[in-house]
Design a protein around this ligand. Structure first.
Ligand SMILES: NC(=O)c1ccc[n+]([C@@H]2O[C@H](COP(=O)([O-])OP(=O)(O)OC[C@H]3O[C@@H](n4cnc5c(N)ncnc54)[C@H](O)[C@@H]3O)[C@@H](O)[C@H]2O)c1
Length: 323
C-alpha cells in the first residue's frame, strides 16, 4: 500500500501523515508549499511532493512516480479566506476533489478518502439541537450555510457519484468539532477550542462572552487522523459516509474544569448561552458514531482529559522548537 496524502502538512493532514508513519507506512505528502513545522519529527519518513491540487497533470505525475494505491484527500481551502473568496473555495474544494477522483479512475486507485466537515449539516435544530442533543446520524438533513460547507457537501456528493458510476472506491469522513495543536502555526487567529487551551498555557486569560451551556462533540485531531487511517485501510466501507466524533456531549465549561486542574490558577470565564461560535444559527450538536464504530472499528481514544494533556505536552514541545 502506498498512500498519497494531499494537504498532508496541514493541521489534520500532519496528524494523518504521522499516523501512517507510526503504522509503518511511508506516505507521499503533497502540498503547495513545503512547511515542515507540524511534521518535523517525521520528515525523514515521508516523501514530499510540491503540487497544487488544481494541477491535474502534476497530480498524475506524483501518483505514477510513487505507484500510489490509496489517496487521502485532505487539501482544502478553509476558514475566513475561503468564505471571502467563494469562487476559489469552489474551485479548490470541489474541482480539487474532481481531480483526485479522475486521477483515481485513471490509475485504478484502490480507495479515495475524503475529509468533510460538520458544517454540511448546517443549523443543528429540533431534537438534534439544544437542549435535547439527540445524536446526529449521517442521514440527518443537510443544509450547509457557508460556501465552504456547501463546497464540502458537493465534494462528498461528487465522491458518491464516482463510487456509484465510475467504479472508484470512496470513503467520506465527517469530522465533529476538531481541536488540537497546530492551528496557530497554520491558521493564525485561533479558534475558540484552541484559545481555551493555549491562552492558559501562555499565562493569558480566556474570557469568552457566550456559549458555556452549549453541548458539542469535540474530536481531538489524533482521533480524527485515526478515523482517516481506519477508513483507508478497511477492507470495505459499505456505508461510504462516516461521522467521526467522540459521540460524547461536552461543554466549554468541561474544558475549563480540565484546564484548571492541569494549570492551577488558569483564568477562564465563559458566558451563558448555547452558541459559543457566535454563528447566526445553532451550530453545536453531538454525533451518532455507531456507524464508524461498527464498520471501521473506530472509537475515539482521547477523552477531553487525555486530549488536553496531550495538547499541552505538544505545546511544550513546539515551544521548545520555536514553533
Ligand atoms: N481542522 C478542522 O477543524 C476541520 C474540520 C472539519 C473538516 N476539516 C477538513 O479536513 C481536511 C484537513 O484540514 P486541516 O485542518 O488539515 O486544514 P489545513 O488548512 O491545516 O490544511 C489544508 C492543507 O491543504 C493545502 N492546500 C490548500 N489549497 C491547496 C491546493 N490548491 N493544492 C494543494 N494543497 C492545498 C494547504 O496548503 C494546507 O496545507 C480539510 O479537507 C478540511 O476541510 C478540517
Amino acid at each position: 500500500m502506498k498512500v498519497l496524502i494531499t494537504g498532508g502538512m496541514g493541521v489534520i493532514g500532519a496528524e494523518t501523515s504521522r499516523k501512517f508513519v507510526n503504522e509503518g507506512h511511508r506516505p507521499v505528502v503533497m502540498a503547495r508549499h513545503r512547511d515542515d513545522r507540524l511534521i518535523d519529527d517525521i520528515v525523514d519518513n515521508i516523501d514530499f511532493e510540491a503540487g497544487d491540487i488544481l494541477d491535474w497533470p502534476r497530480l498524475l505525475e506524483i501518483i505514477k512516480k510513487h505507484k500510489v494505491t490509496h489517496i487521502v484527500h485532505a487539501a482544502a481551502f478553509v476558514g475566513a479566506v475561503s468564505a471571502s473568496n467563494p469562487a476559489l473555495s469552489i474551485q479548490v474544494n470541489v474541482m480539487g476533489m474532481v481531480n483526485v477522483l479522475e486521477a483515481a479512475r485513471a490509475f485504478d486507485i484502490r480507495r479515495v478518502v475524503y475529509t468533510s466537515a460538520k458544517g454540511i449539516y448546517g443549523p443543528v435544530l429540533g431534537e438534534y439541537g439544544p437542549p435535547h442533543y439527540k445524536p446526529i446520524p449521517e442521514d440527518a438533513p443537510k443544509n450547509p450555510q457557508r460556501i465552504y460547507d456547501s463546497a464540502k457537501l458537493m465534494g462528498e456528493q461528487t465522491g458518491i457519484y464516482y463510487a456509484n458510476n465510475m467504479g472508484v472506491d470512496v470513503a467520506i469522513i465527517r469530522f465533529a468539532t476538531t481541536y488540537g495543536p497546530g492551528k496557530t502555526a497554520r491558521h493564525g487567529k485561533m479558534g475558540v477550542t484552541s484559545q481555551i487551551v493555549e491562552n492558559p498555557f501562555h499565562g493569558l486569560p480566556f474570557h469568552h462572552p457566550a456559549g458555556g451551556d452549549a453541548k458539542d462533540d469535540f474530536i481531538y485531531n489524533k482521533d480524527s487522523a485515526a478515523g482517516i487511517y481506519l477508513a483507508t485501510v478497511a477492507d470495505k466501507v459499505p456505508s461510504r459516509v462516516y461521522n467521526i466524533g467522540s459521540g460524547v456531549a461536552h461543554s466549554l465549561n468541561d474544558f475549563a474544569d480540565v484546564l484548571r486542574k492541569k494549570i492551577p490558577g488558569a483564568d477562564i470565564k465563559i458566558g451563558p448561552g448555547t452558541n459559543f461560535l457566535g454563528m447566526p444559527y445553532p451550530p453545536h450538536g453531538v454525533y451518532d458514531v455507531s456507524r464508524a464504530r461498527t464498520e471501521l472499528g473506530f472509537t475515539a481514544q482521547y477523552d477531553i482529559e487525555r486530549a488536553i494533556g496531550d495538547y499541552l505536552d505538544s505545546l511544550k514541545r513546539m515551544q521548545a522548537r520555536g514553533i
